[in-house]
Design a protein. Sequence first.
Length: 723
Amino acid sequence: MPEPTTGPRPAPRLTWWKKALFAASAFVLFFAVLECALWLAGVKPVLYAEDPYLGFAGSSPLFVKNPGGSEMETAQNKLRWFNAQHFAARKPSGTRRVFCLGGSTTYGHPYEDPLSFCGMLRELLPAADPAHRYEVVNAGGISYASYRVARLMEELAQYEPDLFVVYSGHNEFLERRTYGERIDAPPALHDSLLARSRVYTAVRGLLRPSVAAPKKGEAVLDEEVKAILDASVGPKDYSRDDGWQAGVLSHYRFNLERMAAIARSAGAEILFVVPAANLKDCAPFKSEHTAGLKPEDARRAEALVAEGTSKLAANEPQAALAALEQALALDHRHAEAQYRAGQALYALERFGKAKAAFQRALNEDICPLRAFDSMQQAVRSAAAAQNAVLYDFAAAAEQASPHGIPDAGLFLDHVHCDVEGYWMLALGVLDALAGRKWLAPAANWNAQAAGAVKKEVLARLDAKAQGVALKNLAKTLSWAGKVEEAGRLAMRAENLLSGDSESAAIHAAGAAAKGDWDAAIAQYEKALAADPSDVKTRFNLGVALQKSGDKERAVEEYDKVLEADPKFADAAMNLGVLCHQDGDLRMAITFYRKALAAKPEYAEAHANLGQALLESGNTREAFVSFNEALRIDPKCVGALSGSADAHALSGTFAEAAGLYRQVLALSPDDESAACGLAASLAESGKIDDGIAALVAFIKAHPKAPQAKQLFVALSKAKAEARR
């Protein structure tokens, strides 16, 4: 029997899968150690340090050390956009530091920091949780969008934050920027683990040590905000761009994720607020027809929206809804049609459908200064994915509003809260933090204790300062074309600022926009009592008097305007119209010429002058005036119509027919033009075409008496011609 072997036994051979496992483990361990080393070296992940969608032309800090070096304070060059704030350069032991970020709602607009939700939170936190000291810093920037907020967080992360509160979403469309290829680029840079890896960042830095110049079409923004609205006369510079909107939404989602990453890197918690907006009491800033809509359908839709709006003003919601539903059948993306339909449905107490219509109006607003529903959902999704604290202010606003539709009870304008709204927001943030166990309210913290804090906060409310804030907001809304909303705020401002002419004038304009001429006249008179030298307000009083039928007093006010300012063209124009209506062609021509002397490029004045000259028998000069009006504005309906009439009187019926067709293309409800077209066709030997044109017009306008009379006359003429 053989002897047992006494030498060393051979090592067992590893299977292939064990070799692969050991190799993978070594690889992972190597990169884990390298990731930790880079973390200790202060290397920041790409997601933290860089926005792949755009760049910025410069950078300067929001906070700088005070002369003594003990505190950080808001830099002087930033006070145009931010509240003045300060906090200890080195965070005191036992202190929790909270930074509130976002746009003007975070800032506290139209008020300032003490009445912002941040200022209220500054009082609430120590009262609810006296076990800790709190520093609450309001870093909300006027017009700041999420990409600027994320960039600001990079700076604030170095100041030992414990919590970031982010309310962002209403300003995403304020600045011009393009995305080029980045929207469609592979998601590795901003959606995968690579974006969070310091190793990837370091390798990327070695391969591309300096920042590449932006490609053509990519956005590079100025250091501070230059909003579209700041460089224009209002929302007119906006147009529908579904592709841009998709890019903005994608960028917004990325920025929310980036903010959460920055907070984690600083060891801080982050709370996202779902942005809320005024649905019921804020009309869209701009509407546009759906691309590709036939011109005749667009004009018909506009006429139906105007009819529906008129019926709403006359308190006929059922008739208004009928017209608006017809408009929406032609163009469901017309924001104002959706909004007016919501108003009609609300008046009919069909609140669920009203809310849906108001939301569609917000979503289709061409000038999107309110976060639409996809953006609200993006915040909810980001909070869930990033394990962030969430306060759903949008849902809370619905619960606090009649029939679940946020309105002027919470919001002063489209998005900015009244004091009660800011209080609800601050209290909601506190409750969300308590629910997440970030703080533990004291045993005696209850509604009564919160009420005591609220009383202290409201004691800061200075009536005059509040009135000025409301007036300034009303002026902004008036500039943006939101005359009715501006009037509502101006009325409140007027109650707080006794004898303030500006508030009374804005209030008057709001009443005029609703057709309430008696109220408008009373408010304009009140404004003039405070400031008799305001010629613009005096002119507006004249308009209101003219609209109300008091022509004699209107003339008196226009005369006073021209006495104070002889070059006030609109006053001379309106005096010409009043003389024209009274049959005083000589004085009408005099005032039209006076208007044109002050404003030579006044197309409507040229057209009116031409009409007065035509009626006085001066056809040759009338043609000159009509042609001048059309040179200035080729779509001037008054000039086209007047020129058509002049050609018909001169016997050039073919030219007249062509011009009447242009009038009807621009103003399809113009019965006079329809009759002029039919008569011109008949006079030029095309009686069948004239009758056909009348039939088409009467079919669209069954209550057209002149067209019906002419149809009968032409039909008889045709029958007699056959005999």
